[in-house]
Design a protein around this ligand. Structure first.
Ligand SMILES: Nc1nc2c(ncn2[C@@H]2O[C@H](COP(=O)(O)OP(=O)(O)OP(=O)(O)O)[C@@H](O)[C@H]2O)c(=O)[nH]1
Length: 304
């Protein structure tokens, strides 16, 4: 089964996400691929949806941030898109206030995570705002750093407003925070589209044994259980997990139970909720992990 690629456009308010999206949509149209767009805006009226042609399926998530208040709505809208269309890719434009871990968490519903291939997080940065970031509210400043730290591709935009020394300084700062991601300067978010396609190669490089290197970027993994497992052994597995796993969620069927539990794990805290119907036994992981193969093997072993 071909998976639908997912690209997350992150970055602060006004940094150039919509400008970037417009170019991506044109490129995808020229390439003849079928894509959909999800736009999340904090306000109750969409401002940016004009950027999307009427022939591209568009879901708007208004009046809240997908990473917190309207997470359920995102899940049902994504499910609808996947059900109604045969999509090559979905582009999700987040609000500037979204944290990348929370966005991934919202997107990767255990109901359909196995149908998605997360290609990467693309963060746009406003060059001048970056240089002046120390003047931002501390929480906002922190979020700006997190959006850069977890990105797979960083676009330092509005470079027409920067001199050469400023450009060099920003490059150096960003390299220091995230040396793994490609960082590119742009004006009006113009970037070679090949950089987005190359994000797919990053995922390939994460395949078992490809390289063993500390990787700060977020990555995701979906395990599908075939049947029930021992609750006790699952707890042992959780206790042995490294700190680099931020989130786990999904459905786990324990021995002697008729229906699975909805399981959620956030920064070391497990939570179980009984379900009263059959659910796909998908378990979704989000973390800074380069090679998920060992963990996948441990999960497979739990079924023995
Ligand atoms: N000078 C300059 N202006 C730019 C550049 N890129 C985008 N802009 C302008 O910056 C403003 C914000 O751009 P958007 O693409 O709407 O940014 P956004 O991140 O989607 O904004 P939100 O939807 O508010 O989060 C627009 O007025 C753009 O025309 C650039 O490279 N240089």
């Amino acid at each position: 089964m071909k998976k639908t690629e997912v690209y997350i456009l992150s970055g602060f308010l006004g940094t150039g996400k919509t400008t970037l999206l417009k170019q991506i949509l044109q490129h995808e149209k020229d390439s003849g691929r079928t894509i959909a767009v999800m736009m999340n805006e904090l306000g109750s009226v969409s401002i940016d949806s004009d950027a999307v042609d009427t022939d591209v399926p568009l879901k708007e998530l208004l009046g809240g941030c997908i990473c917190c208040t309207i997470q359920d709505k995102l899940e049902s809208q994504l499910q609808g898109l996947l059900f109604d269309h045969e999509l090559d890719a979905i582009y999700i434009e987040t609000t500037g206030a979204a944290h990348p871990v929370e966005v991934l968490d919202a997107v990767l519903s255990p109901l359909f995570a196995d149908k998605l291939a997360i290609k990467g997080i693309i963060t746009t940065v406003d060059g001048i705002q970056w240089l002046n970031r120390a003047t931002l509210d501390p929480q906002v400043h922190q979020l700006l750093l997190e959006q850069v730290k977890h990105a797979d591709l960083i676009i330092v935009n509005k470079s027409d407003l920067l001199n050469e020394a400023e450009k060099a300084k920003i490059n150096l700062d960003i390299q220091g925070l995230n040396s793994q991601a490609k960082c590119i300067l742009s004006t009006y978010s113009k970037v070679p589209m090949k950089l987005l396609q190359e994000l797919a190669y990053t995922e390939k490089a994460k395949s078992p044994g490809a390289h063993v290197q500390a990787d700060l970027r977020l990555s995701t993994f979906v395990h599908q259980f075939k049947g029930s497992i021992s609750h006790e052994r699952f707890e042992d597995f959780l206790r042995a997990l490294p700190d680099s796993i931020y989130r786990i969620k999904g459905y786990v069927l324990f021995d002697h139970s008729q229906y699975p539990d909805l399981f959620q794990y956030s920064y070391g805290m497990p939570l179980y909720m009984k379900e009263y119907m059959k659910m796909p036994l998908n378990l979704v992981f989000i973390g800074q992990v380069t090679d998920w193969s060992l963990l996948g093997q441990q999960l497979t072993d739990l079924e023995k």
